[in-house]
Design a protein around this ligand. Sequence first.
Ligand code: ZN
Length: 124
Amino acid sequence: MDEAMKARLARTLHEQRSTLAGVVRARLHAAGPDAAVGLANCYAEDDAAQADLLGEHDLAMLHQECRQLEAVELALARLADGSYGRCVHCGQPVSPARLQAQPSAALCLECQQDSERRYQVRPL
Ligand SMILES: [Zn+2]
């Protein structure tokens, strides 16, 4: 991956981070101060309590947005430490086309498909 492409993807990741952070903040704000406290940790164990505060649909959206935000944060961290563009699992380069479609991709296509088969995890 050349430096120009890396710079472009970095810009996209920064934009995605501020967009997602804004979306999460707005959702928490709309839910009110009590909910914001209860949801401060997106990955809190107590899903039932969170659902009471937000409603099932909003909670599902929030979880999705938090996961995306986390993926973007991790990609930015990899950019900073120089490991960006390599699969975090096998260390092989992630294809440029894949990174362009999804700059926060942490896995190469092969590992992604493998993990989906194994854990039935939806890609971010
Ligand atoms: Zn891989």
